[in-house]
Design a protein around this ligand. Sequence first.
Ligand code: ADP
Length: 371
Amino acid sequence: RYMAGWATKIEGSTHEHSVPFALQAQMVAYTRREPVGVVAAVVPWNFPLLVAIWKLGPALAAGCTVVLKPAEQTPLTALMLAELTQEAGFPPGVFNVVTGDGPGTGAPLVSHPLVNKVSFTGSTEVGKLIGHACVDHMTRFTLELGGKSPVIVLDDCDPATAAAGAANAIFFNHGQVCCAGSRLYVQKKMFDRVVADVADHARQLTLGHGLDPAAQMGPLVSQEQMDRVCGYIDIGRSQGAEVLAGGGRAGERGYFVQPTVLASVRPEHRVVREEIFGPVLVAMPYDDLDEVAAWANDSPFGLGASIWSNNLSQVHRLIPKLQAGSVWVNCHSMLDPGMPFGGYKQSGIGRDMGRAALDAYLETKSVFINV
Ligand code: ADP
């Protein structure tokens, strides 16, 4: 609905020209925004329909056509969406879906010379490959990539509220969220209390089938992802992390991983630096705001960050210091179609959603008419 509104509000501007030697001439100068053309949207498996819509909405509002490649693990919602667009009467060719894996289908699609813009959401590693491929044809591209988002708890706030927020920030969608709050920083005097509470939350989560109403957390997407996440937990252990909750696979059937909380970790540990993309939280104590800002920013990523505090002065001091595309206060992973979402640093280039997203699907043409 938000992006549909933009379709009738795309506008250029008129200008008085200022070139001295041409001042005698009567010149009409204006800009017009034009659709960039054919958009290739390559999306991941964690929110297959939602992320597809993040690309489709602004592309259609701008007047572009779209070729969507869903992740190989999750093609069905994209195909259903294609059926719905047919039923809704989209002209043929406006919305297209091609299924397949990354190297076989994604790579040829993003390097196709007739594609004018690529909009990608996925890993930083693949995002870099796509960026390189796009430059060959000067294909425009926006990338929404990985994260290792900090959750920062200040010592003025209610520990139970902060712990519940921190647990939700990491365990929502089983941690398979690019902006998951995967690093928890708690001010020293509250550290033990908050982290013990988060570990309790982790232990109390009910794992089960996605269609079971009693289940609070489902399985991971694939065996590969489960092995990867369990591998990271083992790496954490071998580097000296203390396992406060969880610690590995849950049960023998299905790709379930226990909600896991790791403490006694150091900034250089792999579990602190690398994106795990699963229900694994690392927790660290800090002394003051300058220290926690430095640690929060000590990451190649910069997608999100949350601050838990009711001390407005402290919160406002911290917000500008954080290198993150989204900062949430007393909430986490809050998104809105009208608010731009994207990353600083290696978390991406450009923004999804909001007015900023629309710009990425438009070219600007400057027109001079000597009348
Ligand atoms: P995730 O970590 O979420 O699996 P990936 O970056 O591996 O993220 O995959 C996200 C999307 O990118 C998927 O649709 C995948 O098929 C696609 N993809 C993977 N490799 C490439 C590639 N080399 N070129 C284009 N698309 C790719």
